[in-house]
Design a protein around this ligand. Structure first.
Ligand SMILES: [Zn+2]
Length: 92
């Protein structure tokens, strides 16, 4: 498919500032994720694309996962809080 596939070391400096075209590892209606030969991950949404280093991508993934769990769990059993953040709501 692409001449960039093959030896991981050789493609490292050849793509210049173009990241994310190497391999698409996941895609969905909302967007797709591709990873460059140099390890940079590109998250593409409908109108934007984010270029992230592996550590930043992991952090983002954790952030989204955490948020989703809050959304799922929070709506199920927690009473809706009026004003103020959820973390400080128990002071009253
Ligand atoms: Zn790259």
């Amino acid at each position: 498919m692409s001449h960039q596939q093959g030896k991981p070391g050789s493609a490292k400096r050849t793509h210049g500032d173009r990241h994310g075209d190497a391999v698409t590892i996941a895609s969905a209606e909302v967007g797709s994720v591709s990873v460059c030969a140099c390890g940079v991950i590109t998250l593409t949404l409908q109108y934007i694309s984010l270029r992230l280093e592996p550590g930043a991508f992991r952090e983002l993934q954790g952030l989204l996962h955490f948020s989703q769990r809050k959304l799922d769990g929070g709506a199920a059993h927690a009473a809706p809080q009026g004003a103020g953040g959820a973390d400080v709501a128990s002071v009253h």
